[in-house]
Design a protein around this ligand. Sequence first.
Ligand SMILES: Cc1cc2nc3c(=O)[nH]c(=O)nc-3n(C[C@H](O)[C@H](O)[C@H](O)COP(=O)(O)O)c2cc1C
Length: 309
Amino acid sequence: MTRILNASGCLDALAAPEVADGLDVFVTKTVTPLPRTGNDPIRIAESDVGMLNSIGLANPGIERFVAEYLPELAERIPSLWVSVGGFSAEDFALCCAALDGYACVDAIELNVSCPNVTAPADEASAIVAAARGVTSKPLYAKLSPALPDIASVAQAAEQAGARGLSLTNTLRGLILDPATLEPILATATGGLSGPALRPVALAAVYACAQATSLPIVGMGGVETGEHALALIAAGASDVALGTVLFGDPAAPHRIRTELEEAAQRRGVASAAGVFRMALGDELSASEVSSKPGIRGDLLPELTKVAVGS
Ligand SMILES: Cc1cc2nc3c(=O)[nH]c(=O)nc-3n(C[C@H](O)[C@H](O)[C@H](O)COP(=O)(O)O)c2cc1C
């Protein structure tokens, strides 16, 4: 089954439990070893192609997170991933070690890619290896689309013990106030998310799916089931929703329905079947939609794109 997650930092499950209920997995905002107040306001700006944010990893710090937030999340969320971040491999290891004993944490996402803080000094593989050393939880490495060769970083993360990839984080962007021509954000630049990220995320998923055998959570500008299906055809096994949740709290349910319909329009019974095709697998008779595909002629095209033949 294709799982629908939220993208880290784009949903507060305790403040909006009805939105979290529509997800298969809830991912927390990134937690760091020490509390962070984040960047000064203004921290959000909108443009016609997406949203710019410079939240700067505002969070209560791992100690308070574990003591105050985790128990409540554990009670309300059936499947929980915690996103962790920091400025060195030791920071990541410290957060992972603090989470290791909590059965309610199903996986840890390593945010090695936030554009709003100074980049972690260590390479992604060193971070994954340090985290791997202190926890047996599945580790998902969240990579930046700005990496010049994202596929080799994904391979390094796989070798260091990552169990999956989250692709992708935001891209650095700048939005100017049209009246003053000055940056809207206090930090000037911020992380660009939403529609502008869509083809970038697709390329990142495609490159990493070819280069590794890791499951991939695809994200970046997903607003419809068609967008989600494109990520799956490029090699993502699951899809996360970010910016869309700010404007449409009903998006998880809507996109899930649209996603299955989008697969069926291609003559495939479910989105999971499209993922299997992306891996180059033959579909069994039961995986082929019983309804004739409206655009069934696209099926061979879809496979061709996905397996890169
Ligand atoms: C307001 C905001 C806060 C975010 N905070 C985090 C964060 O704490 N950790 C993280 O890994 N990504 C964070 N992200 C990035 C998202 O998880 C996601 O990778 C990105 O927004 C692309 O998906 P989208 O285009 O669907 O929003 C944030 C994005 C936004 C818009």
